[in-house]
Ligand binder design. Sequence first.
Ligand code: KG4
Ligand code: ZN
Length: 338
Amino acid sequence: MKINILAIESSCDETSAAVISDGKVLNNIIATQSVHEKYGGVVPELASRAHQQHLIPVVHQAMEEAGMRKSDLSAIAFTQGPGLMGALLVGGSFAKSLAYALEIPLIAVNHMEAHVLAHFIDAPYPSFPFICLTVSGGHTQLVLVKDYLDMEVVGETLDDAVGEAFDKTAKMLGLPYPGGPEMDKLAEKGNPEAFPFPITQMKGLDFSFSGIKTAVLYFLRDRLKEDPGFIDRHLQDICASVQHSLITMLLIKVRKAARQFGIHEIAIAGGVSANSGLRAAINLEAKEKNWKVYVPKLAYCTDNAAMIAMAGHYKYLEGRFCDREVSPIAKMKIGNHG
Ligand code: KG4
Ligand code: ZN
């Protein structure tokens, strides 16, 4: 019999369901929550409510498109954390109840590990060990990936995530939420060297992105005092310059990690890996350094259940199930398996 897993993702503002059969992702249904747009950021309470509304429809669609009945399922996988507590509880409670009712195993997935495992949805697959730069709205990590379920965080941000730096800069510039993709589009037409923003250097493989946020704030305040039309006339150059600093900070540490571990297989994952500037910069670096670079399809960069399904599949193969009777939510860290 085939291993069929229904996966659920509800950690932030995407409600998503996917079905995977014998390791092949059959679909990836995502309901994006537009309710947050007018607030310029994710409102946790509204996210939980929107998950309640969207979850059953996305699950129905995933099951229907896969041509599966509930009785065909071998297990249910869900995002256990990290994420917004209320949002996680919606997906987690649903997954737990369904697994309980169907009397099948429940698999708790670490959202950050799943971002890394998105690289195994479609070929070409990275070979172990590889380094994954996982960059999202909540995290910035350098992960040494030794096997599907054996990963170690070797560097991370000590303050803001890089996605947060994109989103906060975008907000200061009056761009709609989420700001990362908007800045990416504008940056393509701007001059990355127009304005020199700081390149913060932390010790070892760690990052810091709070300095650039403050630098942008003061820069805009000073320029706007002299010239109220400054942002409008220089929007593309500001976006390109901030993006350039952020990418430079990321690449310095990727280079350092590659050297330190003697690894040439480099992957990027998470929402910010959709950034065209980062993709171009890492590909350029790959040519110089003889790296093999892996970049997921756009749909698998931002939050999605296909990556949860992939992680669920590997955990199923190893029999790593969680107790259906206990609380489904936990503070997950890479390397800590529920
Ligand atoms: O992985 P993700 O969907 O959710 C989290 O787990 O946080 O990442 C969302 C983040 C947001 O900060 C968003 O602005 C950023 O990814 N993002 C981008 C791009 N697409 C999404 N940042 C820069 N350029 C993009 N093209
Ligand atoms: Zn994510």
